[in-house]
Design a protein around this ligand. Structure first.
Ligand SMILES: O=C(O)CCC(=O)C(=O)O
Ligand SMILES: [Fe+2]
Length: 331
């Protein structure tokens, strides 16, 4: 079954503001996945070229930016390259970076690896990898903020209410990804119902809001309200948006962090998710609407960083993050 998702046309974000605002909130209350059309300045072909430029390079090249977990010669533990792990149902390699914080920002604890500097590979003049991706980061960051304004209007609260959480030093991750096809038999834990094979198993995103570039590839499936899986049709020139656990929990589940997975399409596949994520000290406490409106069940301040550390280390137990050290509290 294929799924037709609501479509938000960003070129109408100011001319049809209230209609769009209602549509975004309705989409997040129901499907939890929405197409975002007409994101100004976003260069999809360039993103594809960035993927090809990096992932076509030999492993020795990728080792220069590989995380310390796989390459002890490097000091980066959170940002940079992660390789394919054979035997895992999640079959992908990726490169991740963030917006660097100012080196003299005294509010960031020295060992707070959420804010470690992103490592960048040496360039060969064929593609402006760092410059292009950093520009794309800012476009997607601004797009996410514009969408959150629509969400706020749709919820009937002040339109800039989310801005503070992402100001100056968000923990967002920009990831480019390559899924190579399986070599030989896939592991048993990658085989799901009807003999289908996953390359990313069922999950919800943990962050606040995700903007995904999929190029023309199929393979992405979302869990529908009746519990069945539906493929999200390819929609070239459009982003797919969904929200993660952080935002859904703040909203008491009213807005949904929908489960999704990626099915093996038998060929190489590339995707570029932008994981829009609050500042380390951003307040992600429950009953957000009480904070926003002044009425309702008690809201308690809860910082994003400590909260999400507990989620990834003790609840979701992502294997690649189990080595991440604890972070000393900031001043
Ligand atoms: O590759 C895709 O289409 C989706 C990837 C995804 O869900 C993720 O990285 O969280
Ligand atoms: Fe995801």
């Amino acid at each position: 079954m294929t799924s037709s998702l609501p479509i938000i046309d960003m070129s109408k974000a100011y001319t049809e503001r209230n209609e769009l605002a209602k549509k975004v909130v309705l989409g997040l209350e129901n499907e939890g996945f929405i197409f975002i059309d007409n994101v100004a300045k976003l260069d999809y072909d360039g993103l594809f070229r960035a993927c090809k430029w990096f992932f076509d390079k030999p492993i020795e090249f990728k080792r220069t930016v590989m995380r310390n977990f796989w390459n002890p010669e490097n000091s980066n533990i959170y940002r940079g390259y992660f390789p394919i792990t054979e035997g895992e149902p999640s079959r992908k390699e990726g490169f991740e970076f963030a917006r660097d914080v100012r080196y003299d920002d005294v509010t960031v604890a020295k060992n707070n690896w959420f804010y470690e500097e992103s490592p960048w590979p040496k360039e060969d003049g064929e593609f402006p990898f760092k410059e292009f991706l950093q520009e794309s980061y800012e476009i997607l960051h601004n797009t996410a903020l514009e969408i959150l304004k629509l969400v706020a209007i749709g919820l009937g609260i002040e339109e800039n209410i989310f801005e503070d959480m992402f100001l100056d030093k968000p923990c967002s991750t920009f990831r480019i990804m390559h899924y190579p096809p399986w070599k030989g038999e896939p592991p048993k834990n990658a085989i799901v119902e009807d003999g289908k094979v996953v390359i990313t198993p069922e999950h919800t995103d943990t962050n606040f809001l995700t903007l995904l570039t999929r190029f023309n590839y199929g393979g992405l499936e979302v869990k529908t309200m009746d519990g069945s899986w539906a493929e999200v049709d390819p929609r070239p020139g459009s982003l797919v948006m969904n929200i993660g656990d952080t935002f859904s929990r703040m909203m008491g589940g009213r807005l949904k962090a929908t489960k999704h997975r990626v099915i093996d399409i038998g060929t190489d596949r590339y995707a570029v998710p932008f994981f829009f994520t609050p500042r380390y000290d951003g307040d992600v406490g429950i009953n957000f609407m009480s904070k926003a409106t002044g009425v309702g069940p008690e809201h308690r301040l809860e910082r994003y960083g400590p909260w999400v550390l507990d989620v990834i280390k003790n609840q979701k137990k992502y294997f690649e993050y189990r080595v991440l050290p604890d972070i000393e509290p900031t001043a």
